[in-house]
Design a protein around this ligand. Structure first.
Ligand code: UD1
Ligand code: MG
Length: 448
């Protein structure tokens, strides 16, 4: 394996950490400072799971998104500092146009564009409560710049076939255009899946924090560390795919400079995101003094898609979304109208005991055969609770199909703060599982 050529500019990484600390402080300060302004602009909501009716400022995700995007813009000169200071041998004035990494710049700028669109969409959703069918296609369109850049980079569209299926499909399958469709749907999934796992204090932002930490840990695995960790390269998976390339070895990183740069790019986008989310979490923690609104869900979701696509680890990224995938699959009957879906599916608050109970959806008319079948299956799997008519056996009501209600069905009623802690534990467990699958089992399922 060739030794890595010049180590990419790590000082920019330290600058990014410095900028992130500023972003954290700015969020900690600005969220409470701007709260009253948001209430005055009628951007507020009642906390559904409290007795007090005071309006809580909503859409403070807009403040987070603004600080995040401004930090990323301010960071541009630093991300390209090596190119800006490079002296060319041929031209004494300095760098020639062709030497500047325009491609990297287009990766960066197209990412910013996608983040801006998702901020706009999230904010419009907060203000106008956009219908599902209208807002679903927007992240798909917002991902076009990312896809073009991916194409321009001759991004990989192959998937490695797991060993047991190779006799059928061969070792690599080129998905071609299907891969682009998959990537454009990824942004719709990441944005909406965080938004529908919501409604209790701290839920939206804690998901974002844990996923961001997971992505950062994953990126750190690819940096050229001066210490010898000696993770066997075969554990990093197959070498046939760029995403699966390992860089670990004695003392210095092996593998391509490109791989290191891609994960540095991901860190530049994840560190400030983590910072604004941690800052916001402080104010959103039970009892919440500020709500994130859809803006925060959309911008964080889009940021994850951006790094997954641009740094070429979208499949690993999806592994960090296990609770969201579970919640989405469980929600499908309600999202697609088979089972009635109330405006809010958050758990039911019982003021006397201060406990949360699973919330229910009522069948005003008898459920269809399909709905009955699905609900019976989910009930058998003990994912939901149903109430049936004692004589006819017809389903009268069912708990709402969300992961939060599932926790309450299985673990019993609990306080709001406990429920968010359970959610956090599930998310952390999901990430641990993701690392095991990615770096442990990948070695078994794929050859090195
Ligand atoms: C999504 C969910 C909905 C859930 C809602 C809660 C789906 C299809 N939609 O809708 O079921 O009820 O999120 O956010 O699953 N709120 C709280 N406490 C919190 C956060 C929010 O009470 O910690 C309430 C506030 O009244 C706030 C409102 O939720 O004003 C925000 O709801 P919104 O984000 O507009 O709901 P959706 O994203 O459309
Ligand atoms: Mg929402």
């Amino acid at each position: 394996r060739p030794l890595i050529d010049p180590v990419p500019p790590l000082p920019a990484l330290y600058t990014s950490i410095g900028f992130s600390i500023f972003a954290l402080i700015a969020t900690l300060y600005l969220v409470p400072a701007l709260g009253p302004t948001f209430i005055k602009a009628r951007l507020s909501g009642r906390d559904l799971l409290k007795i007090y009716p005071d309006p809580i400022p909503e859409s403070l995700g807009l403040v987070c998104a603004s600080i995040y995007i401004l930090t990323l813009i301010l960071f541009i000169p630093f991300a390209f500092s090596d190119a800006l200071t490079l002296k060319s041998d041929t031209t004494p004035e300095g760098i020639t146009v062709s030497e500047f990494p325009h491609q990297k710049l287009s990766v960066y700028l197209s990412s910013l564009l996608s983040l801006l669109i998702s901020t706009m969409l999230g904010f419009l959703d907060d203000v106008f409560d956009i219908r599902w069918r209208h807002k679903l296609p927007i992240p798909i369109i917002a991902s076009i710049p990312l896809l073009i850049v991916y194409f321009a980079e001759r991004g990989n569209t192959n998937v490695v076939v797991p060993l047991p299926l190779r006799f059928l499909l061969g070792s690599l399958v080129n998905l071609g255009p299907l891969y682009y469709i998959y990537m454009s749907l990824l942004s719709t999934f990441t944005t909406n899946s965080i938004n529908i796992l919501a409604g209790i204090n701290g839920s939206e932002v804690s998901q974002a924090v844990i996923i961001a930490v997971s992505v950062i840990l994953n990126d750190l695995l690819y940096l050229p560390w001066p210490i010898d960790f000696r993770i066997p390269v075969h554990l990093l998976g197959s070498k046939t795919e760029v995403e699966f390339g390992g860089v670990w070895s004695a003392g210095m990183a092996y593998g391509s400079k490109e791989l290191v740069e891609r994960h540095l790019f991901s860190l530049y986008f994840m560190l400030p995101l983590l910072a604004v989310c941690v800052g916001f979490m402080y104010h959103n923690w039970y009892p919440a003094r500020a709500f994130p609104g859809d803006t925060l869900c959309y911008v964080t979701g889009m940021a994850f898609s951006v790094v997954g696509i641009q740094a070429h680890f979208s499949k690993t990224l999806l592994l960090f979304f296990i609770p969201q995938i579970f919640n989405f699959v469980l929600s499908c009957p309600q999202l697609f109208g088979v089972v009635p879906c109330p405006r809010h599916r958050v758990p039911r608050f019982e003021a006397d005991t201060n406990l949360l109970h699973p919330s229910k959806t009522l069948f005003l008319k008898p459920p269809s055969r399909l709905a009955t079948f699905i609900l019976r299956v989910l009930y058998t799997l003990r994912l939901i609770d149903i109430t049936t008519h004692p004589e006819t056996g017809m389903i009268l009501e069912s708990t709402n199909l969300t992961i939060l209600n599932f926790f309450l069905v299985r673990l019993g009623p609990m306080r709001e703060k406990q429920l968010v802690q359970v959610l956090i534990c599930a998310q952390v467990a999901g990430s641990v599982l993701a690392f095991v699958v990615r770096y442990g089992l990948a070695g078994l399922v794929y050859d090195g």
